[in-house]
Design a protein. Sequence first.
Length: 268
Amino acid sequence: MARVFSHNENWEGYMGQMRIAAGGFAILVVSLQSIAAGAADTKLFTTNGVRAVLNQIGPQFQRETGNVLDIQYGAGPVLKRQIEAGEAFDVAILPLDIGDLISQGKIIADTRVVLGRTGYGAAVRMGAPRPDISTADSLKRALLNAKLVAYAAEGVSGTYFLNLLKRLGIAAEMQSKIKPATAAAGSMAALVSGEADIAIGGIAVILSAPSVELAGWLPSDLQSHVVFTAGVSASTSDIKASKALVNMLTTPAAVTLFKSAGIEPASP
């Protein structure tokens, strides 16, 4: 309702109060803008294998440091090439040895931490029949009988898969039956769409992918492991926040999260 002034009210006094209130509001707006502008980004290069863990730890990191966690997911070898090319980042979690990056002065040596390891398995679309892959022979039959087998061409798991076909002696026969994807998420997407009926990848990636399920671990005599290692960039924009993130990834609570995501503790 509009305010009506009587002859006895001081119009100028009222307007003065309004000007003070408006000024206070303007200061508040400027202050909030300054806080927002002051929020820093911590850029993380990481593999999809730890996505489930970061979904839990990311919000905690932002609450405790005030920094916004800017995550770039990708295949380990691709992220490594980006780092070697000089692309800016603060923390990296890679499914490979970061010794080369430390030698090149890209990652601070004493921030290197082994977060855990995961094995390899086969995935199928949720609700689809699970093939028998318990032995080398049964795995060989399952792959040869598949319409299409998806894998991450540029990831560490892709190299493992192609070597696996050679070990099974079916590399030539499988050439028309394999579906390379640019990333692990792409190989899982091929399952969901029905394009492929089996995908081979890291257990951690399979467990975190929506609408797919683990058909089983690959046989122990063919098994290998992916080791996830973290480190802080030598040119990080915020060394304190970057180290805080790495520290959060090594707490007992984080170890529990890693285990639930299919990543078991591993020696440094």
